[in-house]
Design a protein around this ligand. Structure first.
Ligand code: UDP
Length: 495
């Protein structure tokens, strides 16, 4: 008798909904690629601007025959009084636009729900950004499991959750003293914060509704996905999982699937997205191994000229080779352009200023780079750690102050520049760092002292472990297998 034919179940279908901001969006794009490489069908839903930015990425995925599609969600920022192209956080021109922008994203719910309803079989799972709580109602009404993707490390997310549950934000808000330190309850290590550095993405006045919606969506989700790996924060992952009472899937570093930075070159901010990567590599090839300090403040921070000049002078005074990324929006005036040209002339051969969007993964993976002055966005820190590069920590806002604590106090791979008070995202007038601070911190990072060597040794070890976590049989790889299998059937339990 012929054996009975066994019917293969269809692959799971994940719908990913990133937040329209590079620091949130880029890891989700990597995650989409990772899932698709497992044979999971992936739909990535985004605003028209982000979909346009991802065309090249989607073409690459199609070329590699990956089951990955883009879904364009119609979106009109003009309804919130914003410019028509204001469809991603990098398009904001003033801080005051952040609240209307984030609030306006709720309008994506209707087209998103229409898209999901029109699908044949329901998707197996929605993974949406922590800051996109409007997805919760869609998932609930259609009975689809939902995981939230929170951008920061578990260390930060656990601080944030514990602070919220114990009312720390309210206690600190009531206290007058800005410098007074408060211990975050329920942490496995002692973590102290001040009024300015208390965790919470939406602590500013006016953001209360957004915060409540995000918290509610977090508590009603079926689990969390985090771009981290167990070797750097196992204790915080375990505590976060226990505190949330739901699975926390550590699947990172996501970007390690993409060693050549091809896809992210396509995620540029502007028309100069294609800063000539070959010219940067050629310049790095000329430098001694581990000698170059890379300097970048992420995708959104915009510094005023006087602060840029202090950074530049500090790098010049440090005497170290440097590769410094200055945004187009920062270098827009003749004053700054002339100043940068003069710096270039003074530091010829030793300094390179990249104007626009830099190929950060390619830079960090180059053997000439030996240190990174960073604003402590989690993507940047994880990218540094995973490439064995120690850091100077210069946090600006949001999760960055606690991310600094993780890399300095827990992991031992960072030198603080000494900032204790947050600044605004765009054009903050205060000058928390002077050129001498840049010189001091860069020297401490690169001077070859015993401490510097120890930081470098640890970073190298974490880099190796990051690769092991993502390699076949590593902790993140195994979690990815379990996640995909889990949604092959129903339910969201990890084991
Ligand atoms: N990035 C880049 N080139 C740039 C600036 C940023 O590739 O010129 C990438 C960087 O590699 C990281 C992301 O943008 O993946 C920034 O995220 P992060 O969490 O570090 O900071 P944010 O931009 O959210 O403040």
């Amino acid at each position: 008798m012929a054996p009975a034919l066994t019917k293969q179940p269809p692959p799971p279908h994940f719908v990913l909904v990133p937040l329209a901001a590079h620091g949130h969006f880029i890891p989700m794009v990597h995650l989409a690629r990772l899932l698709a490489a497992r044979g999971v069908r992936v739909s990535l839903a985004a605003t028209p601007l982000d979909v346009a930015r991802l065309r090249g990425f989607a073409d690459q995925a199609a070329h590699a025959e990956l089951p990955l599609e883009l879904v364009e969600l119609p979106f009109s920022p003009a309804d919130a009084g914003l410019a028509p192209d204001c469809q991603s956080a990098d398009k904001l021109t003033e801080d005051s636009q952040l609240l209307p922008f984030l609030s306006s994203l709720r309008a994506l719910r209707a087209p998103f729900e229409a898209y999901v309803r029109a699908l044949g079989p329901r998707p197996s799972c929605i993974i949406s950004d922590w800051c996109s709580p409007w997805t919760a109602g869609v998932a609930r009404s259609l009975g689809i499991p939902r995981l939230f993707f929170h951008g920061p490390p578990c260390f930060y997310s656990l601080c944030e959750l514990n602070a919220t549950v114990h009312g720390l934000q309210e206690q600190i808000a009531a206290a007058g003293d800005h410098q007074e330190t408060h211990v975050v309850p329920g942490m496995p290590v002692c973590v102290k914060v001040t009024k300015g550095t208390v965790p919470g993405f939406y602590n500013a006045p006016g953001f209360e509704t957004l915060r409540d919606e995000a918290m509610e969506a977090m508590f009603t989700a079926d689990g969390a996905v985090v771009n981290t790996f167990l070797d750097i924060e196992a204790q915080f992952v375990a505590c976060y999982e226990a505190a949330l009472g739901k699975p926390v899937w550590t699947l990172g570093p996501f970007f390690l699937h993409n060693r050549e930075d091809k896809a992210m070159a396509l995620c540029g901010i502007s028309s100069t997205a294609a800063v000539d990567q070959r010219a940067i590599t050629a310049w790095l090839d000329e430098q001694a191994p581990g000698s170059v300090v890379y300097v970048s403040f992420g995708s959104v921070v915009r510094k005023l000229p006087k602060e840029l000049f202090d950074v530049g002078h500090g790098l010049e005074d440090s005497g170290k080779p440097f590769l410094w990324v200055v945004k187009e929006s920062e270098a827009a005036t003749p004053e700054v352009q002339e100043w940068l040209d003069a710096l270039k002339a003074r530091t010829a051969g030793r300094g390179l200023v990249v104007r626009g969007w830099a190929p950060q993964l390619a830079i960090l993976s180059h053997g000439a780079v030996g240190g990174f002055v960073t604003h402590c966005g989690w993507n940047s820190l994880l990218e540094a750690i995973s490439h064995g590069v120690p850091v100077v920590t210069w946090p600006h806002f949001a999760d960055q102050f606690l991310n600094e604590r993780l890399v300095v106090d827990v992991l031992g791979v960072g030198v603080p520049i000494g900032v204790t008070v947050p600044v605004r995202m765009l054009d903050d007038e205060s000058m928390p760092v002077a050129r001498v601070d840049v010189v001091r911190a860069v020297s401490a990072l690169m001077d070859g002292s015993e401490e510097a060597m120890e930081r470098r040794r640890k970073a190298t070890e974490y880099g190796e472990r990051a690769r092991m976590a993502m390699a076949k049989g590593g902790s993140s790889d195994e979690n990815m297998t379990r996640l995909a299998e889990n949604f092959m059937h129903t339910g969201v339990k990890k084991d």
